[in-house]
Ligand binder design. Sequence first.
Ligand code: SF4
Length: 320
Amino acid sequence: MVNVKLIDRKSKALTPSRLRCLSHLPTINMTAGCMHGCAYCYIRGYSQYPGDDAVVVYRNTAEQVEQELKRKRKRPVAVYFCPSSDAFMPVDEVLEQSYCTMKLLLEQDVGVQFVTKGAIPDRFIDLFAAKPELIAGQVGLTTLDDQLNAAIEPGTAPANRRLNDLRRLVDIGATASLRADPLICGVTDGDANLETLFVAAAERGVSDVSASYLFLRPAIVGSLKRSLADKELLQRIFVPFDQADAASLRGGEGGGKSLPLEVRRANLDRIRQIAERFGLTLCICGCKNSDMTSSKCHLTNLSATARTMKKVIAPTLFGG
Ligand code: SF4
C-alpha cells in the first residue's frame, strides 16, 4: 500500500543540478521519494526521503513552473525530469502532475528530457508525438532478467515494457536512448547479458546507449544491505569494490567508491565493443568517471540533444 501525500512545494520547482552532466539545464523533481524502490538508489540517504512505502507529491507543479518561466530572462532549452525521482512511477497523482507539467512546457516550446525506469502511459506518448523534436527520453535498463530486476529494482516496469516504450519513442520521432546504469560488476555486465540487452534495444530502433558502473555512496551500501534478502547476490555486488578507489561525483554530492580505474576502463572498452557489434554507440558518464574523461553529458547525452533542438526550435529561444 502506497502512502501518497500531496504538499505545496516550499522552494523553486526548476532548480540547477550540481552534476556537470546536467549543469546546462534546469531540473525538476515531481516528488520526494520514489516507488520504484531501487536498492542501489542514492535518494534513500536524503533527509527528505519519506520511506520505502511513501511518496510526497508536489501539487500544482505546472502552475508553479509557468510562473517561474515568466520570471526567467531567458527561457531554457529544456527541462530535465527527474534527477532524484521518476516522472513515470506508477502512482496516479505523480503521473497527473508529470503530465500537466510536461504539457505546459511543450505548449511553451520548452523541451522535455527525462530518464525513467517506469512504464510511459499512452497519453504521454500521444502528447510527445505532437512535438517529438522537443522530446529526449532515456530508458534505464541493465538486464532483461526480470527476476534479477525484481530483486534490485522491485517497483520498476518489466524489461519488455521498457523496451517497448523505447520503440514507441523512436516511432514518434523523439530522441530515445538506452541507459545501462548502474551496471553491477559480475552481476549485470557479462557479455551474454549485455548482448541480449543491446540486441533488444537495437531491434527497437535505438542507436545510442549510455553506460556506467555502480558508484557506492555510504547510503547506497546501507540501502543494498537492507533491501537485498539474497546474501549471495549482496556478496557478488560488494566483492569487486574490495580494491575500490575513493572517488567523488564531479559536481555532485559527497563521495563514494568507484571500481578501480583499470577495471572500469577495461570493462567499458569491452562493453563498447559489444555495443558496436549491434550498431550502438556507447557514451560514458563523465560525472562518475572523472578519471577517465573530462567531457560532460556523456551519460545523459543531453548536449547532442540540445544541439539537435537548437536547429529545430526558433533561434530566439537560444538567444542566437
Ligand atoms: S527509479 Fe531512479 S529515483 Fe526511483 S528508486 Fe530507482 S534509481 Fe531511485
